[in-house]
Design a protein around this ligand. Sequence first.
Ligand code: ADE
Ligand code: ZN
Length: 323
Amino acid sequence: MSTDFKSLPKAEIHIHLEGCFSTETIVELARENGTPLPRPEERLLEFQGLADFLRFLDFICGLSRSKDQLARSAYAFSRRMADSGVGYADVIVNPTHWSGWRGNLSGLVEGLDEGFRAAEADGLPPVGLCVSLLRQQSCVEAVALVEELLRLKHPRVVALSVDGNEAASGRTGEKFAEAFQIAGRGGLGRTAHAGESSGPEGVRDAIFLLGADRIDHGVRAIEDPALVEILADRQIALGVCPSSNLVLGLYRTLGEHPIELLRRAGVPVSVNTDDPALLRTDLAAEYARTADAFAWDKETCRGVAETSIRASFAPDALKTSLL
Ligand code: ADE
Ligand code: ZN
């Protein structure tokens, strides 16, 4: 396939800043802090499923304690986006992982914003911040986070998100419905992890209880044909991350991955990386791999990339310029 995936106009709409630390950066930050690594460097990126992976995120993010460290990781993120030819990125940041910033949401947002602004000034792509709840948080914590976001009114923050492990938390749609409703009324976008560690019921809850504008993963919707029809009818986009689903044990091979069945059923699917540094991938490679597995032609690749731009929380003028 001759398509040059780096030059394909596209957005990255499902990526966690927590998953963008390279091994070298983790080792460097651990040294700066005098913190021992949880396992030897050569086995640092070996994960035993999602729960183990999420614990590792707590470890890495706990190493960023100064504003300068935050700004550096934001800048490095924008550089990573440019390297894959991304025109705009929505990045998920979950404050619960960043233990050094507990109780200081504005400090966390300001520190990251400093790095994103410096990156944009250097010609790197613009970034919107999706601040995320963790599935295990309470309704009270969720509402408090959203109210604080709305008080901050920081232009960097474009959306509310929820991530984490639904297999450990059970169904949480009801618990988070109020927070998502307040976020929507306050003008924030809404995105939710579902249909990864939850089955199709998680995707239904994200649509009907959280009012999600798009779904992060969402791939297990394939297990419920009526739900696939709903996603297609309402044109609710999925932020699909094929390699992540393989590494974290959802499917054994790319050939078994449901992205193609969903796309053929009319669901707007996009290709994304989730946690590229930790899962050792990048967006251009992810497009190449997926296109190869399903023999996508140029037009199909363009369509998927266009979906990523349309489903992003970028300002309309920027979307138009990228399309
Ligand atoms: N946080 C970072 N990566 C995640 C994933 N794949 N699922 C849920 N939460 C996450
Ligand atoms: Zn994710």
